[in-house]
Design a binder for this molecule. Structure first.
Ligand code: ASP
Length: 308
């Protein structure tokens, strides 16, 4: 394993599979009475969040604590960042405190890469702008493997606001590495073909959700990211839901075994109807639980596990 996890593109198939296998072992631990491993005792993990987060921050914190690391949560609000301190100065502070790993979420694409040049510890990208979210892609792959037994050969349909989605970008990269077939679906304004095809050559693009659903093993719904929209990308929320939302009748077009995924937070009633989000096909809550095991595996392998 390399020192940092900055992009899903850093992972070859063997490394990604090793992370998923290790996550499986970590998940087995969740069934034990004592859920802690002493592996990272005496190591310090800093959660450095410049953007809001619920699941990812809590998940990394739980993961680090289950490995017995000391965890420092640093949120930009209420810190010297709001006084204008630069990322570099913050990095030097963390360095002085002896952080062994920095988990960073930042609104600017590439911020984790910059940080990696300034600290001695490992840097884990927990979401950088619209760019990447590699641990989300890993937990999604883990969930597919747990439910369907494999990732290679699956047809994964990723639907919605691809333009603003770091989840989509990291998933496309990792799923392709692991041998899945990916189709991106969304309105043309949120799915520019040049962006899609630049990611991974040969990727499929469709603007017709109903047409692709009968052939999907997994349908991954993306949140419409209004906070990143500087323009009007579709006529109305209702129109969006009508064309690209997953509702009950649409869900019934899926094959019997197909899964419905969503990284959260959901806009219920927009990209996903409540009856779908709460259905037996939905893996949304499982994805959150799997996130802890996957992040334990990544921290373990970067900090305490097999040397690079
Ligand atoms: N939670 C995910 C992310 O941080 C997905 C989303 O926000 O829509 O990228």
């Amino acid at each position: 394993m390399t020192r940092h996890l900055l992009s899903a593109a850093d992972l070859d198939a063997a490394t990604a599979t090793m992370i998923l296998d290790t996550a499986q072992e970590m998940a087995n631990l969740a069934g034990h009475q004592v859920k802690k491993l002493p592996t990272l005792r005496g190591r310090t993990v800093v959660n450095l969040f410049y953007e809001d987060s619920t699941r990812t921050r809590i998940s990394f914190e739980a993961a680090a604590k289950r490995l017995s690391a000391d965890v420092i949560n640093f949120s930009a609000k209420g810190s010297s960042v709001s006084k204008g301190e630069s990322l570099k100065d913050t990095a030097l502070t963390l360095q002085a405190m002896g952080a062994d790993a920095v988990v960073v979420r930042h609104p600017a694409a590439g911020a984790p890469h910059r940080l990696a040049g300034w600290v001695d510890g490992s840097v884990l990208n927990a979401g950088d702008g619209t760019h990447e979210h590699p641990t989300q892609a890993l937990l999604d792959a883990y969930t597919m493997r747990a439910r369907l037994g494999r990732v290679a050969g699956l047809h994964v349909v990723i639907v919605g606001d691809v333009l603003h989605s770091r989840v989509a970008r990291s998933n496309v990269l990792l799923l392709s590495t692991l041998g899945a077939k990916v189709t991106l679906v969304g309105p043309p304004t949120l799915l520019p073909v040049d962006i899609a095809t630049a990611l991974v050559p040969g990727i499929s693009v469709s603007y017709d959700l109903d047409a692709v659903l009968p052939d999907a093993d997994v349908v991954m719904m993306l949140r419409v990211q209004r906070e990143r929209m500087t323009d009007s990308f579709f006529p109305s929320a209702r129109e969006y839901a009508r064309r690209y939302g997953l509702d009950g009748p649409r869900m019934r077009r899926l094959p019997e075994h197909a899964l419905v995924m969503h990284p959260g937070p959901m806009n219920r009633g927009m990209e996903i109807a409540p009856e779908v989000a709460d259905s037996a096909r939905s893996t949304i809550v499982e994805q959150v639980a799997n996130g802890v095991s996957v992040r334990m595996a990544v921290l373990y392998l970067l900090l305490g596990g097999k040397p690079s």
